[in-house]
Design a protein around this ligand. Structure first.
Ligand SMILES: NC(=O)C1=CN([C@@H]2O[C@H](COP(=O)(O)OP(=O)(O)OC[C@H]3O[C@@H](n4cnc5c(N)ncnc54)[C@H](O)[C@@H]3O)[C@@H](O)[C@H]2O)C=CC1
Ligand SMILES: O=C(O)C(=O)Cc1ccc(O)cc1
Length: 307
């Protein structure tokens, strides 16, 4: 495939950054890739995995001659990274990110972006519960959505280049208003993780009462929750703190609906239960039909088994 950028800088080289690095190398999308991350140990591992061409713990150093900068760090670290790289960004460079929240990332990064640099926030809706440079794999973004949340004055040509990049990685790309993104993602991604953390925590608290039977007899329903609840604590702490309003709004709706369900169970209202379960089954079936049901964890494990 053709080279799309002369130099790409990857700031943060965990699951997402290293998946992007693998894709760039595999498809020959850059003349040169500079990998940067804060910790020496992670950088060393990235080098062992041969994820880039140059390696540095200085994000400022990494972006010096980059045409595309992709920031793939926990959303709480976005502001610090933006402040560190700002003075060294090349005029005309595209700066993007992959953070799970967008309003907060824009608030943290946009004020640092110099004139002449194209800042286009993004979010690939693809991942697994694994983290770190070993967790990435080719194919993670294939058939998945990538949402761009451009600012009002975004250069169309720069946006088209970033869109083409994600499409080369196999993604379908949509533009969205950041506030809307944060609401949609709160219900489809953030709440499921919070519910998973909560139910697994509750089960763990009950261990003493149930004499370890919770884990011993865990059925597939509970196991599905444990997969989500195994996701990276730093990343999800940051998501909760940085999409607070939308998450609290969705949690309040969720609690109301849970109370409705609780009441139907208490009063033996089978019709209400049956109606809800019928409606939700149809949603699952429409997702499966749309081909969005791949279990990313299994996909990830499969990809890693093949290494
Ligand atoms: N894990 C997932 O399933 C998905 C994650 N995201 C988003 O992608 C971003 C990265 O997530 P992952 O790759 O999963 O995380 P990860 O934990 O695998 O990797 C994070 C990387 O950031 C580095 N890092 C942390 N703080 C830093 C700082 N201040 N300066 C420089 N590097 C720093 C770490 O060393 C590591 O290389 C997050 O914003 C997350 O919300 C988006 C889609 C899916
Ligand atoms: O592992 C899963 O099931 C996920 O939901 C992955 C994921 C996590 C965070 C995102 O912002 C996008 C995708």
């Amino acid at each position: 495939m053709a080279k799309q950028f002369e130099t790409i800088a990857l700031i943060g080289i965990g699951l997402i950054g290293s998946s992007i690095a693998r894709e760039i190398k595999d498809k020959g999308l850059a003349g040169s890739v500079t990998v940067s991350t804060r910790s020496e140990a992670t950088l060393k591992r990235a080098q062992e995995l041969n994820l880039g061409d140059r390696y540095t713990t200085s994000a400022a150093e990494a972006v010096k001659d980059a045409d595309l900068v992709i920031v793939s760090v926990p959303v709480g670290a976005s502001g610090a990274v933006a402040a560190e790289i700002a003075a060294n960004l090349k005029p005309g460079a595209i700066v993007t990110d992959v953070g799970s929240t967008k309003g907060s990332v824009i608030a943290q990064m946009a004020p640092h972006m110099p004139q002449g640099v194209h800042f286009i926030p993004g979010h690939p809706i693809a991942g697994t519960e694994y983290s770190g440079p070993d967790a990435g794999f080719i194919g993670l973004f294939k058939g998945r959505w990538c949402i761009l949340t451009p600012l009002p004055d975004t250069d169309e040509a720069a946006k088209a280049r970033l869109r083409a990049f994600w499409e080369t990685l196999g993604s379908m790309v949509d533009d969205m208003d950041p506030e809307h993104h944060d609401k949609v993602l709160a219900i489809v991604s953030h709440l499921p993780h919070i519910i998973a953390y909560n139910i697994v925590g509750t089960a763990d608290d009950l261990e003493a009462v149930t004499e370890s039977e919770v884990i011993k007899y865990s059925a597939s329903g509970f196991r599905d929750f444990t997969r989500l609840a195994a996701s990276d604590p730093t990343m999800w702490r940051d998501v909760c703190l940085h999409n607070k309003d939308a998450i609290l709004e969705m949690l309040s709706r969720f609690s109301e609906d849970l109370a409705y369900l609780q009441r139907a169970i208490r009063w033996g209202d089978g019709d209400k239960l049956f109606d809800l379960f019928t409606r939700t089954r149809a949603i699952r079936r429409s997702i499966v039909q749309a081909g969005q049901d791949t279990d990313m964890a299994d996909f990830g494990r499969h990809a890693m088994d093949q290494k």
